[in-house]
Design a protein around this ligand. Structure first.
Ligand code: FAD
Length: 409
C-alpha cells in the first residue's frame, strides 16, 4: 500500500508540533518553510526566553468570532499533557507568575534545538527556503507547488501563521490558500501591538505605571494596569499591548478610538485631592509642577502643567477647583488613537480563517476533506502570556494526530 503523504505548509510552532504527531512509520511528512530555518518566531519569542505556554488556559484568554471552538481543544490538550510531551523530548519547563511557562534553560534556542532534533529523529522531511506558491486539488490529491518543488499529497496542513511580523515569515499565503478552497477569512487586524497617537515631545521616552482604558461603548470596562511607555509615534508598554487587540478591532470599523490613562492608578481621587490641597496650603510659594513631581516623573508633571496652562502659577493661586481639575486630568488623560503601529510590529494577527468551517476536534476543513489548519492562521488569537504559542501547539497536536490516524475523537 502506498504511504500516506502529508504536506505541512509552515514550519512554525503549529507546523512543527503537527509534524511530530503526524509522523509514523507508514506515512511521509514534509514540512515546507519559506525561511532559512524553522520556528523563527519561536526563536525570538518572549524576548529570546520563549514564553512557550500558559499553565492556566481559559477560553476568555483568547479573541475570535467563536471562542466555543476552543473548548474541546483546551480540555483535550492542557498544560500537563504539553509538559509531559516536552519532558519526553528532553525539554524541561518552568512555570512563572500568571502561569507563564518558559523553558528551564530560559532560552528559546533550546526549544528549537530540541524540536529540530526530534523532527530529524522521526524522519520528517524539512524543505527550508521553500515557499509554497500554489496548492491545488485534483481528484482528492493535493498538488503543492513550491519555490523548488512540485509534489503530490494526500493531506495538507496550513500552518502558515498570520500577517504579523513579516520579517519573521508573517504573510498572507495561509489565508490565500484557505480562500481558494472556499474558506472565509474574518477581517485581519494587528494585535499585541503599540498604538499610534500624538505625543508631546516632553513625554517621549518616559516610562510610568498607568491604568489604560478604552472609551468605547462596546468595550466598556476593559482596562489594564501595567507599564506604559510614551514614544515618538505613540504609546507602548505591556498595558498598551494588552489593550491593543480591542483597540485594533474597534479601528476596523471606526476612524479613531479614545484611550484614557490613569497615571496614578494606586490612589483614590479623594485621597489625591485631599493631599494636594494640604500640600498647597503648606507650601503656597511652590510652583504647581513641584506638587506633581512628588507623585509623577518630572516630564509628565511638566506636560500636565502645560496642558492645564498652569506654568506660571504657584500653589497659592490654585483653589479647590484647580486642584480637582489637576487630579481629574491625571486620572483621566485622553489620547485619540487612529492607528496601531501596524502588522510589522504586531506580535500576532487577529482575525483569520473563520472557524465555523473547521472541525474543532481535529482541525480539518469542513469544506475540503484532508485539508487541515493549525495556529495563528485561524481566527483565534491569544492574550500576551504564552497563549499564542499554546494555541499553535495545541492545534498542531490535534491536527497532527488526526492526520496520522484519521480517527474521529
Ligand atoms: C516578537 C514576537 C514575540 C512573540 N512572543 C511570544 C511569546 O513569548 N509567547 C507566545 O505565546 N507567543 C508569542 N508570539 C506569538 C507567536 O510567536 C505566534 O503566535 C506563533 O508563533 C504562531 O505559530 P504558527 O505556527 O501558527 O505561525 P508561525 O510561527 O508564524 O509559523 C508559520 C511559518 O510558516 C511560514 N510560511 C508562511 N507562509 C509560507 C508559505 N507559503 N510557504 C512556506 N512557509 C510559509 C513562515 O515563514 C513561518 O515560519 C510572539 C510573536 C512575535 C512576533
Amino acid at each position: 500500500m502506498q504511504k500516506d503523504r502529508i504536506a505541512i505548509i509552515g514550519g512554525g510552532a503549529g507546523g512543527i508540533m503537527a509534524a511530530l504527531f503526524a509522523k509514523n512509520s507508514s506515512n511521509q511528512v514534509d514540512i515546507y518553510e519559506k525561511n532559512q530555518a524553522l520556528g523563527k518566531k519561536i526563536s525570538i519569542s518572549g524576548n529570546g526566553r520563549c514564553n512557550i505556554f500558559n499553565a492556566n488556559l481559559k477560553r476568555e484568554d483568547f479573541f475570535g468570532e467563536d471562542l466555543s471552538f476552543l473548548e474541546f481543544a483546551l480540555r483535550e490538550y492542557d498544560f500537563s499533557k504539553f509538559r509531559r510531551f516536552c519532558e519526553d523530548l528532553g525539554l524541561f519547563l518552568k512555570v512563572e507568575k500568571d502561569g507563564k511557562v518558559y523553558p528551564l534553560s530560559n532560552q528559546a534556542k533550546s526549544v528549537l534545538a530540541i524540536f529540530d532534533r526530534a523532527l530529524k529523529e522521526r524522519d520528517v522531511n524539512i524543505f527550508l527556503s521553500n515557499e509554497v506558491l500554489k496548492v491545488e486539488q485534483k481528484e482528492g490529491i493535493f498538488e503543492v507547488v513550491s519555490k523548488d518543488k512540485k509534489a503530490f499529497y494526500d493531506k495538507i496542513l496550513i500552518a502558515c501563521g498570520g500577517k504579523s511580523a513579516p520579517n519573521l515569515g508573517g504573510g498572507e499565503s495561509g489565508y490565500e490558500i484557505a480562500k481558494k478552497f472556499g474558506h472565509k477569512i474574518s477581517p485581519l487586524y494587528p494585535a499585541l501591538v503599540q498604538l499610534e497617537t500624538k505625543i508631546d515631545k516632553v513625554l517621549v521616552g518616559i516610562k510610568t505605571k498607568a491604568k489604560v482604558s478604552i472609551m468605547d461603548k462596546e468595550y466598556r470596562g476593559i482596562s489594564f494596569t501595567n507599564d506604559l511607555l510614551f514614544t515618538k509615534y505613540g504609546l507602548s508598554g505591556f498595558g498598551i499591548l494588552d489593550i491593543s487587540p480591542y483597540v485594533s478591532k474597534a479601528l476596523l470599523s471606526k476612524e479613531s478610538v479614545i484611550l484614557s490613562l490613569n497615571l496614578l492608578p494606586d490612589f483614590e481621587r479623594s485621597f489625591l485631592e485631599d493631599k494636594f490641597l494640604k500640600i498647597s496650603k503648606k507650601y503656597p510659594k511652590r510652583e504647581v509642577v513641584q506638587l506633581l513631581v512628588g507623585f509623577l516623573p518630572l516630564q509628565i508633571a511638566k506636560f500636565l502643567v502645560s496642558k492645564l496652562k498652569l506654568e506660571k502659577k504657584t500653589l497659592q493661586d490654585t483653589g479647590v477647583k484647580t486642584i480637582k481639575q489637576i487630579v481629574a486630568t491625571l486620572l483621566d488623560l485622553r489620547f485619540e488613537v487612529k492607528n496601531t503601529h501596524g502588522f510589522k510590529y504586531a506580535e500576532v494577527c487577529g482575525g483569520g480563517v473563520d472557524v465555523s468551517m473547521v472541525d474543532r476536534k481535529i482541525f480539518e476543513s469542513k469544506l475540503v476533506k484532508n485539508l487541515f489548519f493549525a495556529g495563528e492562521v485561524l481566527d483565534i488569537t491569544g492574550k500576551r502570556g504564552g497563549y499564542n504559542l499554546a494555541f499553535a501547539f495545541i492545534s498542531g497536536y490535534l491536527s497532527g494526530k488526526a492526520m496520522a490516524t484519521r480517527d474521529k475523537f
